[in-house]
Ligand binder design. Structure first.
Ligand SMILES: Nc1ncnc2c1ncn2[C@@H]1O[C@H](COP(=O)(O)OP(=O)(O)OP(=O)(O)O)[C@@H](O)[C@H]1O
Length: 255
């Protein structure tokens, strides 16, 4: 099997006359934090949407754990273990924090109507496990004390962490985070930074990250892919990217 967890090659996405993603390739290895950076409108979120099944790519291939996933529905892809967050928080605001984590696991519980109706021992065991996982992840993201609060009443930083917990209760292999630090204050950003590193180091998962906060990206990434106007511009370690004149010209030099 390929040593890459995720292998994207020659990805293309066209919207009418606009080529939003033009031949982008990237490989995410196990236990890596891999960031995608680039100026506004470079095509980063479109790459995410193509990988996670929200868009059907116009061309190219996406393999996850060696299996082709391009063209699959987003639901099917998330069941394979590839889950994501969005640029804007998408929680069930009127549900409690814990309910958000239980709902997220529902599709993975594989219960059937009869088992639920008579509450068979295996049904009850799965419910208990779902509750244990929810509690575990609330502790990990420092939200246990808010378990019964409505998600919409959490601070923005807490909602961001709840979204990550919501992904993690499904036990993914690859977590895709789209601008998780947007709108966070420096303290919240530093908590997020530590959380992402812990996910890699303690949970053995890989993280694919889109982020504009260069301090965060340079501080925690194992590998960075830079795209500009839809096309790949550079690939490398944070040190290589920081010193790449093309990148400085296209992106870092602007800030
Ligand atoms: N559904 C769509 N239909 C038409 N054009 C789109 C669509 N989605 C994205 N685009 C266009 O594709 C280009 C890339 O957009 P995308 O959101 O992927 O960039 P980005 O790098 O994520 O930007 P930002 O950093 O500002 O979030 C932009 O020109 C955008 O207007």
């Amino acid at each position: 099997m390929s040593e890459n967890l995720l292998d994207v090659s020659g990805l293309m996405m066209r919207f009418g006359g606009l080529l939003a993603v033009d031949n982008v390739s990237l490989q995410v290895k196990p236990r890596q934090i891999h960031s995608i950076i680039g100026p506004n409108g470079a095509g980063k979120t479109t790459v995410f949407n193509c990988i996670s099944g929200f868009y059907k790519p116009t061309g190219g291939e996406v393999h996850y754990r060696g299996k082709p996933i391009q063209g699959m529905s987003s639901n099917h892809i998330s069941l394979q273990g590839l889950v994501r967050t969005f640029q804007h928080v998408r929680l069930f605001a009127n549900m409690t924090v814990i309910e958000n984590l239980l709902v997220a696991q529902h599709r993975h519980l594989n219960t059937n109507y009869f088992a639920g109706l008579v509450k068979t021992p295996s049904y009850r065991r799965r419910q208990r496990e779902a509750m244990d996982r929810a509690e575990h992840w609330l502790r990990q993201v420092n939200l246990l004390e808010f378990a019964n609060r409505e998600a919409g009443n959490l601070s923005y930083g807490q909602q961001r962490r709840l979204e990550i917990a919501r992904c993690m209760v499904t036990e993914p292999g690859l977590l895709m985070l789209d601008e998780p630090a947007a709108g966070l204050n420096p303290k919240e950003t530093s908590e997020l930074d530590q959380l992402i590193v812990r996910l890699r180091d303690e949970q053995d998962i890989s993280v694919l990250l889109i982020e504009h906060d260069m301090g965060l990206v340079m501080g925690i990434s194992d590998h960075i892919t830079v795209i500009n106007q839809g096309a790949p511009l550079a690939n490398g370690t944070p040190e290589q990217i920081r010193e790449n004149p093309e990148v400085i010209k296209a992106y870092l030099g602007e800030s």
